[in-house]
Design a protein around this ligand. Structure first.
Ligand SMILES: Nc1nc2c(ncn2[C@@H]2O[C@H](COP(=O)(O)OP(=O)(O)OP(=O)(O)O)[C@@H](O)[C@H]2O)c(=O)[nH]1
Length: 315
């Protein structure tokens, strides 16, 4: 008997021994999620346990790559590379999560297995691995992640006006500006004038509608990278990163105009806002809240000087 033949016989006898196990209905059921491949010297699978691969593939000689035909095309390169590293390379463990065709539909399978026996020259002889269907688990995980993302979004949004809130300003403050000491940035703090009186005249509901109109109109004055946030009550913040002073002052003037144009069902009140505007070229020592603090002081000044105006300053 030559060496090649004896290797083949060895693989066949291993396969036969395993077949005895799998022919036992109790053992087969218990191992139904376990893959056992016996790979002979020619790298053909002599035996595959009852598992996810189709019945007709079992107990027949198939090449060790054939099961890859059932792997989803998008996962195939990754899975094939890792599998080949275990079969032909020197990796001991094959551990991957991938989509695999089971009864005509793709399921997410988590597989872990190892080459438990190699011939003396390193060629593969016996591979044992276990499959776990993780499709439902992944779906649940995905749903949880979507919910978590939604919640995270809700936490930083004003639930009435649907714009960023104070928590957003806190969490994002370090991302607003390029603090290189050269880029021009600005922060405005504005507040609706005599809003208490408006609530009295138009009721709280009427006041709510005015808040919505103010937000809608101010937003139209801003560019895509400018941010309008509600600080609280009738006080708002506008962050204008990377702009120039001319544009910033134009935006502020425009905001006064569009708000003054809000139509009301009463002549006893006209909507206006007061704006504190702080500009500067931030460096690492000057943060968003420094701009905010200054703009808030300027807003107070605007209120003191008769409202419906912009008072600006620099940091
Ligand atoms: N309708 C409505 N009113 C609100 C809301 N949040 C706060 N307010 C009211 O807004 C008013 C804010 O008043 P203040 O800013 O203190 O004073 P003001 O009357 O606007 O006077 P100045 O700020 O000095 O012009 C308060 O009466 C709050 O009750 C809201 O979501 N909807």
């Amino acid at each position: 008997m030559n060496e090649e033949k004896s290797l083949k016989d060895l693989a066949e006898s291993k396969a036969k021994a395993l077949q005895v196990l799998f022919d036992d209905p109790g053992i087969a059921a218990a191992m139904s999620r376990v893959h056992v491949f016996v790979v002979d010297h020619g790298e053909e699978i002599v035996h595959v346990s009852p598992s996810l691969v189709p019945q007709e593939w079992e107990r027949s000689r198939k090449d060790a790559q054939k099961w890859l035909e059932l792997v989803h095309p998008d996962d195939l390169d990754r899975v094939r590379y890792k599998w080949q590293k275990v079969v032909y390379g020197n990796a001991d463990v094959f551990e991957e999560v991938f989509r695999f065709q089971v009864n005509g539909e793709y399921r997410w399978i988590s597989h872990i297995g190892t080459m438990v026996y190699r011939y003396y020259d390193g060629r593969p002889s016996l591979y044992i691995g276990a499959d776990r269907d993780v499709t439902e688990e992944r779906l649940l995980q995905q749903l949880l992640e979507e919910e978590r993302a939604k919640l995270a979004q809700q936490i930083v949004l004003d639930d009435f006006l649907n714009i960023p809130n104070r928590r957003y300003l806190d969490s994002e403050q370090f991302r607003f500006f390029i603090n290189d000491g050269e880029t021009h940035n600005a922060v405005m703090v504005f507040d609706i004038d005599d809003f208490k009186q408006l609530n009295t005249i138009l009721t709280h509901k009427g006041g709510d509608e005015v808040l919505q109109m103010v937000v809608e109109r101010v937003q139209k004055c801003l560019g895509a990278s400018d941010i309008l946030a509600r600080y609280g009550g009738d006080e708002f913040v506008v962050v204008i990163p990377g702009s120039n002073s001319g544009r910033v002052h134009d935006i502020a003037a425009n905001m006064l105009d569009v708000v003054a144009g809000i139509p009301l069902s009463t002549d006893d009140y006209k909507v206006s806002i007061s704006i504190g505007l702080c500009e500067g070229h931030p460096d690492l020592d000057i943060g968003f809240w420094d701009y905010f603090g200054e703009a808030d002081k300027l807003l107070f000044e605007a209120k003191k000087q008769g409202k419906a105006k912009v008072i600006s300053g620099t940091l």
